[in-house]
Design a protein. Structure first.
Lengths: 99, 511, 675
């Protein structure tokens, strides 16, 4: 099996995630889709790592996971804060955050 | 003692203070500025007077690929500017210490950051490092003015930032160009000033790079047509900030001319000498005339600074050792008197209900003989009365110009007369005549006294013995203009001395 | 002890007195302690000057030049500014005059400003002034000379504005200071020309030694330098056209007028020319300028003095006029004569001011001659002193001014050529001098008694005004800090004033005896070592049997007596003549009364255009051009940003789409590149 199939899967997942980010309005779902995109990237990294036979790609993937975890924490924190303030959970209605 | 300690100590103490919280921040900042001042004084004591080159050099490669060095050093050019900076920061911190500030940790943090940035600009012996520190200076002042400034601070900050950013960008471009253009000859890129001097650029390249640097420095000084940020800026800044800003930041620009422009672009400096001299002359006349039409004391001092910086520029572009000596001496003198004047303005304003307008004042000397005496000493020093160190500074500057461009020197002398008009007008308007309606004459309080008195003491001390500075600056000043003086055929020696006592200036590089 | 040691002591004492009074004067016990300390400092300084004189005379005449350097003031890159003093007969001569007269004036001041709230400050300033003046006359290097020169100006400013809440006083102060700064500039620029175009050393002796080698005679640079030095001298010595500050300086307390604006400071210009004589010998063109300006000043000032009504201003103009004689003398190489007149003038002019101070005290602060009259019997001592000073000023035979003025004019006449014009004008000036001096004396002391004089004579009390007032504008004042104190004093009632005035009166009457033609020439002989290389000086000393001298002595006597007689006729016997003359020659009277319109000229040429330019710069230029520059930039940036701002609408999804689009485009570009 060549690396190409992994990349195809990765690209599909990435597109699903991107589409989700673009169409959905709930921040929770957008966050989930972001995770999807990140993991698509991870998949590609690991596939390349296998192909070249070095561990570099895996290390990158682990770093991405850590970043993703951080991001989720912050993102969920914001969402919880929004709930607390009884603000609409809709990214389109939160435009005024642009400052 | 490595110079890095001196450089980073203010920032270190500022960070510590900020972390310790609002109660401790002022105390730590004050302690830190005092320690820094002590270190700067140590460097005077440890200075090898006869030497022209750098001393206490710290040199590590910072970014190898770009040839940027972390290179610091002290010589006669920056020795007393370091002392001036640390002294004024110490005094300004002391002034701030006695007052309440909103969010003091941040205030003192930015003050410390600003001091480190200024010290860095004075100390760095690498062009890229200089540019980095030069731009870093703007950051803390942006916050200091924008957050703690007075009325119309936003507008003032915007103006200041626009002006200085434009200047900074020009300088950045010029610095990069200098580095890149110098590669061609040596094959290896390096931003260390010592390397750049050795390479030497072709005349055409020198000229356009010179103009970019000159623009950046003239804005910072400020000089006549590009001083638009000054009136609003000076009025908006809080007193300790405006004191250090007007006293020290303008000197960074003047210092940049001597440290970077003259040694690196000597042909261009000679080529544009008259242009720069005319700008300086215009600054002197315009600043003086504006200073005697203003009624706001801060603006009087501000415009008088433009005139004084004009004198300094004049000295630098006399392109001979006399002018440079004068400019270096005058930088220190002017820093001391402007800072003292701003603190005195604060004291005066406190006596007329916060107004800084001279029309609201009058007769303030009535019950305040000590205040009147201190103010008079500072005012007389500002107008460069003979017997003050400022006079010796102007004596050297005008002598330098006299030897290179006679007519300009003669016109510049009108600036000396005008200075006496506007300074005395301000002094009399505030201290003498009938007591103003809102004015309440009372003596200098102790906490203001400890701020103003040390400055006056230093002013008097160097008035009695300016040789203290001149002796240590001599070798470096001669080296800085060695090339330009050679190009303009100024042997820097008058007729009879040249005949009877052919003593060549010591330490001067005569290739 | 060597002369230089004495000189350093002489210089240090006034400074010590100044610092002591400035720092601890306010906390001293006793009402007048600060004054006594100040007087003591100057008195001891005079003793030190005498010590220097004795030490100097102990050396042979060829060996009377001493220098001593305190420290290097600014010694680098070809500038050798050192704090050097040069002690030779000329500087010791000046030290004696300055410290001697100053000591007496300090003594007088102990009474005069007794009740003033600024008593301590006054003595600190006064001591500072004496220090500065001594520094000026002792300097052996251009830089200490310039420093002393400017310090004198600053001290004069502080003392003129001593009553600093009087707007007239502060205005006079700033005027004096600025004109003095113009003089400083002249001096500095002159120094540049002489030293840095020629001699190469700021040291006087070096400069004098090298000057002939460095410059050919009447070299352009040398003449320019000397004329610039003269600008300095004119500003300090109140010569036309830089004289307008002197009459205004009468705003200061009367002893200050006596000290600074008569006896010492204004003679600095005369001293400067005498000191720099090796330069002026080589730059005869510049020396001629000095001669002519001196002569012009002596005539102009004398004519103005004829019509002024403020008693102090009359004396001030007479000072200008007498300094004119001195400047004329020293510029025409009559150095000893000029210095001799400086010496006698210091006595009689200080005396006249002190006596005027006594009258002003009796008038309760009023200074106008129009309101005075008949003080002869109320103030007998003051009258005698004023008369002695007046006779000396008018060059009445055998009084001090008689010999000194005649010396000058005889030497000027001896020069021949166009100097004869100066000679004639000099005697004309002498006639007018006698006229205005006795106009003042007759109007103040003779004639009908004014009410203050009557009150003083009958009750022994000094007239008191309900409210203190400014004698210039009659504005009401109080007597707190910054205004004159409530006390008014007359010499008849105060011994220190009496002592000071009697001493000066003796000098004014007998001072001339040190150099009487055909009898002795002490000044000539004493100053000779200073001018030993000067050919004209030798000629002067060796030729006392000059026919002009005898002729001059007779002419002087006739002119003085004639002038006094005419004054008697006009102002005592037939007062209507003055009025008739005023009506008949209106334009002449206006010219004199308006002081030849120098102030108006000054205002129209410098002050008003300056103010107009300043207003235009701040109202138009600054607002339109400078602010326009930055505001223009701001609006350009703002316009540019409003175009892009539309993209920032806050829709998160639009941002994300744009991001992706960008990424896709980048990827596409790379793909196309790789194929």
């Amino acid at each position: 099996m060549t690396v190409a199939w992994y990349l195809v899967v990765s690209a599909l997942i990435f597109c699903v995630g991107a589409a989700g980010v673009l169409v959905r309005r709930s921040p929770l779902v957008i966050l989930l889709c972001l995770e999807l995109m990140l993991n698509a990237g991870n998949l590609a990294l690991i596939a390349f790592s296998r192909m070249t036979g070095t561990g570099d790609g895996q290390i990158f993937a682990i770093i991405v996971m850590v970043v993703a975890a951080c991001e989720v924490v912050v993102g969920l924190g914001i969402i919880v804060a929004l709930y607390r303030r009884r603000l609409p959970i809709d990214v389109d209605q939160l435009r005024r955050l642009q400052g | 003692m490595a110079l890095s300690f001196l450089l980073w100590a203010p920032l270190f103490f500022a960070l510590v203070g900020a972390l310790l919280g609002r109660r401790m921040a002022p105390k730590v900042a004050l302690f830190g500025s005092a320690v820094t001042l002590g270190m700067a004084i140590y460097y005077i004591a440890d200075f090898d007077t006869g030497k022209a080159g750098l001393q206490h050099v710290t040199d590590t490669v910072w970014i190898a690929a770009l040839g940027i060095h972390y290179k610091l050093g002290v010589d006669g050019l920056n020795l007393f500017l370091l002392t001036l900076t640390t002294l004024l920061w110490c005094v300004a911190t002391l002034y701030a210490y006695f007052r309440q500030w909103d969010r003091p940790q941040l205030f003192f943090f930015f003050m410390g950051l600003a001091e480190s940035a200024v010290l860095g600009a004075f100390l760095s012996q690498d062009l890229a490092l200089f540019v980095a520190f030069f731009d870093l200076m703007l950051v803390p002042f942006y916050f200091l003015i924008g957050t703690w400034g007075g009325r119309k601070r936003v507008q003032a900050t915007t103006k200041l930032v626009i002006y200085t950013l434009v200047g900074s960008l020009l300088m950045l471009a010029a610095a990069i160009a200098t580095g890149v253009e110098s590669v061609g000859n040596s094959g290896q890129i390096s931003f260390a000033l010592s390397d750049l001097v050795r390479v030497g650029l072709p005349v055409g390249t020198q000229e356009w790079i010179f103009l970019l640097f000159a623009a950046a420095f003239l804005v910072k000084m400020p000089a006549f047509p590009v001083h638009g940020w000054l009136p609003d800026g000076y009025r908006a800044m809080p007193i300790p900030v405006v004191a250090v800003f007007s006293a020290v930041l303008s000197k960074v620009a003047a210092y940049g001319f001597i440290r970077i422009v003259l040694p690196l672009f000597p042909q261009a400096a000679v080529h544009f000498q008259e242009l720069l001299l005319l700008i300086a002359l215009a600054s002197i006349l315009y600043g003086s005339i504006m200073a005697f039409t203003q009624t706001d004391l801060r603006l009087i001092v501000g415009f008088s600074s433009i005139a004084q910086l004009g004198f300094i520029t004049l000295g630098i572009f006399a392109l001979n050792p006399q002018g440079t000596q004068g400019a270096l001496l005058q930088m220190v003198n002017h820093g001391l008197v402007t800072a003292a004047l701003f603190f005195i303005i604060a004291v005066l304003a406190a006596r007329v209900g916060g107004s800084e307008d001279v029309r609201d004042m009058g007769g303030l000397a009535f019950r305040a003989p000590v205040l009147a005496a201190l103010f008079l000493i500072v005012a007389l020093a500002t107008l460069a009365m003979p017997g003050s160190s400022n006079f010796m500074g102007e004596f050297y500057i005008l002598l330098g110009v006299f030897e290179s461009k006679l007519v300009i020197a003669c016109v510049a002398f009108t600036g000396v007369v005008l200075a006496s008009v506007y300074m005395l007008r301000a002094y009399i308007g505030a201290m003498h005549n009938r007591v103003g309606a809102k004015a309440q004459s009372r003596e200098l309080s102790l906490r203001d006294g400890v701020v103003v008195a040390p400055l006056v003491l230093v002013i008097v001390a160097i008035a009695v013995y300016p040789q203290l500075l001149l002796k240590r600056q001599q070798a470096s000043a001669q080296a800085a203009v060695a090339q330009t003086a050679l190009l303009t055929h100024q042997l820097a020696l008058p007729r009879a001395t040249a005949q009877t006592a052919p003593v060549l200036p010591q330490g001067g590089q005569t290739p | 002890m060597s002369p230089t040691t004495w000189a350093w002591i002489c210089l240090a004492l006034p400074l010590a007195g100044c610092l002591f009074n400035a720092f601890v004067g306010r906390h001293l016990p006793g009402e007048r302690t600060a004054g006594w300390i100040g007087t003591l400092a100057i008195g001891l300084s005079f003793v030190a000057a005498v010590g220097a004189f004795i030490a100097l005379m102990g050396h042979s005449p060829d060996d009377r030049t001493f220098t001593s350097t305190a420290w290097d003031y600014a010694d680098s890159v070809g500038v050798n500014a050192k704090l050097t003093i040069l002690i030779d007969p000329l500087s010791v001569y000046m030290m004696l005059v300055v410290s001697g007269v100053s000591a007496l004036i300090h003594l007088y001041s102990c009474v005069y400003v007794w009740k003033d709230r600024g008593f301590v400050r006054y003595f600190a300033y006064l001591n500072f002034f004496v220090f500065s003046m001594l520094l000026l006359v002792m300097a052996g290097n251009f830089v200490p000379l310039i420093i002393g020169w400017a310090f004198v100006g600053a001290a004069s400013y502080m003392l003129i504005s001593f009553w600093f809440r009087r707007t007239t006083a502060t205005r006079a102060g700033i005027k004096a200071f600025v004109i003095n700064v113009i003089g400083d500039v002249g001096l500095v620029l002159g120094t540049y020309f002489i030293v840095f175009r020629g001699s190469g050393s700021l040291d006087f002796l070096d400069t004098f030694k090298h000057v002939q080698a460095a410059f050919p005679p009447n070299d352009g640079d040398l003449v320019a330098g000397c004329i610039l030095l003269l600008v300095g001298a004119f500003a300090k010595s109140a010569q036309v056209p830089l004289h307008t500050w002197l009459p205004d300086a009468m705003e200061g307390p009367t002893p200050v007028s006596a000290l600074i604006h008569a006896a010492t400071m204004v003679t600095a210009g005369v001293y400067l020319i005498a000191r720099m004589h090796p330069l002026f010998e080589d730059a005869t063109a510049a020396a001629d300028v000095g001669t002519v300006v001196g002569c012009a000043t002596l005539v102009i000032a004398a004519t103005i003095a004829l019509s002024q009504t403020d008693i102090k201003r009359v004396i001030a103009y007479s000072t200008m006029s007498q300094i004119g004689y001195m400047i004329m003398a020293v510029s025409a190489s009559a150095y000893a004569a000029g210095m001799f007149h400086l010496f006698t003038h210091a006595f009689f002019k200080a005396l006249l001011f002190m006596a005027a101070g006594s009258i002003i005290g009796a008038m309760g602060g009023e200074q106008s001659l129009d309101k005075m009259g008949g003080f002869r019997r109320a103030l007998p001592f003051t009258f005698a002193c004023f008369l002695a000073g007046g006779l000396a000023l008018s060059a009445f035979p055998l009084f001090s001014g008689y010999f000194s003025k005649d010396d000058i004019l005889a030497l000027i006449g001896g020069e021949g050529g166009w100097h004869w014009i100066l000679y004639v004008l000099g005697y004309l000036g002498a006639f007018v001098t006698a006229l205005y001096t006795f106009r003042m004396i007759f109007r103040a002391f003779l004639g009908p008694e004014c009410k203050e004089a009557r009150e003083l004579r009958e009750t022994g009390h000094i007239a008191h005004h309900e409210h203190p007032f400014n004698p210039e504008t009659y504005e009401e004042e109080d007597t707190d800090v910054g205004f004159p104190g409530p006390g008014h004093y007359i010499a008849e009632q105060q011994w220190p004033m009496k002592v000071a005035m009697s001493t000066l009166a003796i000098g004014a009457i007998f001072g001339g005896l040190i150099q009487v033609p055909f009898v002795d020439d002490l000044v000539n002989v004493y100053l000779r070592p200073d001018f030993v290389n000067d050919p004209t000086y030798e000629k002067v000393i060796n030729d006392p049997s000059n026919g002009l001298l005898i002729f001059g002595l007779i002419l002087s006597a006739v002119i003085a007596i004639g002038g006094i007689g005419l004054a008697y006729v006009i102002w005592v016997r037939r007062p209507s003549i003055a009025v008739a003359f005023r009506e008949r020659f209106r334009p002449l009277y206006e010219l004199s009364f308006h002081k030849w319109w120098f102030d108006e000229l000054n205002d129209a040429v410098f002050v008003r255009p300056g103010a107009t330019v300043g207003r235009w710069a701040s109202n138009v230029f600054e607002r339109v051009v400078i602010d326009g520059l930055v505001n223009g930039t701001v609006s350009v940036v703002r316009a540019g940003s409003s175009v892009v701002r539309g993209a920032q609408d806050g829709f998160l999804r639009v941002y994300a789409a744009l991001l992706l689009l960008g990424l896709a485009l980048v990827a596409l570009w790379f793909l196309l590149q790789s194929t």
